[in-house]
Design a protein around this ligand. Sequence first.
Ligand code: SF4
Ligand code: MG
Length: 318
Amino acid sequence: KNIFEQMSFNKGRFELKSQVVHAVNGVTLEIKKGDTLALVGESGCGKSTLAKCIIGLHQPTSGKIFYGDQEIGNLTGRKRRPFQKRIQMIFQDPFSSLNPRKKVEDIVGRPMLLHGIAQKENLKKAVLDIMDRVGLDSTYASRYPHQFSGGQRQRIGIARALGCKPELVIGDEPISALDVSIQAQILNLLMDLQESMDLTYLFVSHDLSVVKHISSRVAVMYLGYIVELADTEDIFAKPNHPYTQLLFSAIPTLDTLDFVEAAGLAEGEVPTPINLPSGCPFHPRCVHKMPICSEKRPELREITPGRFSACHLNGKKQ
Ligand code: SF4
Ligand code: MG
């Protein structure tokens, strides 16, 4: 079940032009142009769904999503197209996200044609250009996805996304399905491309070591709510929200994926968004809970400059 089918996406607002993103219940996230915001949380917290809502793979059943001043959550077909160009996604699984019957040049070239980045006459050159940028040899252009390794396939996915010259690139766990030995290569490639192409990233991940490496700001999501938002350095040095503290208490190595279990979070039932707890969504698992916590949902508030937390403790104690 999609989290946004259960929860109102009320004042959901997503905006890049003014470098402000509001997503999920009126929360404000900022992504500076050329910067990386990481969205972290356990599996099922809604981070992939949020990413898919932004690019239109999921339609919220209620509520709205804005990009700039334009509502995009309800756009389909032709009307959606300009935003498909401006916001591109790099998917987790490079095996299932590439059409096995298409040649690399067609996979990379099709969105460029569709969005008017290249014309038929100069398409081949444009395709080879972007392939070169992501480290794919020009002789690969006429091959098919199954002829490549996972890392190379992800490079194809990256070329397809970046060929459109997007304003915002959403990476949904873009390296977690790859062999550990090539995760760093792809991560470094993404960082190099960000620098050379002035790209803005929303990086969805549950791997905190990767997040620490790639992002300058971190938003922590729990059951569809942003519970903490802060600079990467600050949040790693001193997580504020009790959930963030729990999450960050067991920082995994690059190949340890399920850090939540490693952190001993298995105690008690993990609530589902379908059965959202009253008040603070984290209260059933929180060691600091107070009577108010099950009654009133804490708003995300700025507790120190640049750091936001949604907790009735308001940054006190701990
Ligand atoms: Fe814990 Fe209460 Fe803060 Fe929620 S609001 S994280 S239950 S202390
Ligand atoms: Mg996911």
